[in-house]
Design a protein around this ligand. Sequence first.
Ligand code: PLP
Length: 440
Amino acid sequence: MVMVSEHNVNEKGHLLIGGIDSLELTKTYGTPLFVYDLSLIRSRARAFLATFQEENIGAQVAYASKAFSCIAMYQVIEQEGLSLDVVSAGELYTAIQAGYPPERIHFHGNNKSVDELMLAMEHKIGCIVVDNFYEIELLKSLTTKLNQKVKILLRVTPGVEAHTHDYITTGQQDSKFGFDLINGQADQAFQQVYKEEFIELLGLHCHIGSQIFETVGFKLAAEKLITKMIEWDNVFGYACKVLNLGGGFGIKYTEQDTPLEPSTYVKEMIIAVKQLVANANLEMPEIWIEPGRSLVGDSGTSLYTIGSEKEVPEIRNYLAVDGGMSDNIRPALYGAEYDAAIANKMGTPKKVDYTIAGKCCESGDKLIEHISLPKAEPGDILAVFCTGAYGYSMASNYNRMAKPAVVFVENGQHQLAVKRETLEDLIRLDLPYHIEKGRD
Ligand code: PLP
């Protein structure tokens, strides 16, 4: 085995994923295929947890499962002792079916329905992250009706903009999420819940954005939240037990990306929170975080079969694969960038500049704008790296494309985690038309 640009390669020049020949995987499972190397997920999970333990800080590391959810993934995350962040009845149901301990589940969302809140209460999940005044009213009435207590965090927007792309920035003032910290909404929300008999307010939550490479935004957000904690402690004698600083830790999609180690994000957060809390003579709250992408992003690789090629002279060479925006919408949605390689030609010199096109009927269905690869031929396998987060979970059936299979690799073994959709699956929910045709 040798290394080619940070990737393991066997004597045939084939990309290895988790020690397994990627060509063996495509032969067994077909393409497009998502492959997850579980060792990376486990090492990230352990690094986040270990840093809190080393610093002796009460903490929860909740996997933001919107990044990628399925029963097997929830089981792996559970094995690692993490908590879980879900944002819909669908994610919650999947987690429950996976046997996830409900007390370690946190429920997010800016428009939770009555049914979703009822499901959360039925399973007595660990925490509901309350997002708006409507939800407070719903919770008040449901908890009273069911005579059941719930634990909550209030999600606030601290007015901190993370250094990242606009579409994945959520902590600034103009956001659909949470109560504004600056204009008084957070105070109003606090006053509506802190004395409620059936609502236990654990503390505050914020999420300032995604794909963040610095710690300054997290520290700034912590400062704003702790300032509010001090105020509520002084005015109402309220002791905040939990400070949830969200997710958003960056990963290396391309050479340009410079993420920090999980331990660095966590350590710097802890230092900042400890200092702010000590200055104000407050009890140290638990620190909760919600990594999604940084747990599963770089463990995922998408494998595609290369098909047609189109040269636009002096402009570009399109190389088309058998998937596209239907299994990875991120490039089309917000210009996300990826690195890739031809999995069966890892040692071959890169000679051609390609644009990787998907097969969906949208000109914008391009996975990579420019990438230098060996001369490609139909039947070659293209590996797109770092697709483990927000790839499969955002997949659609646009053009009635069937969703790919998902395979987990660990200890030299592989197993299907999600089956490939079939053509029959695509019409499973369709019903024939039966209203009588009207007269002309
Ligand atoms: N927490 C919240 C509230 C989020 O909205 C998100 C992502 O959108 C995350 C955590 C996870 O972010 P990331 O996958 O960038 O870590």
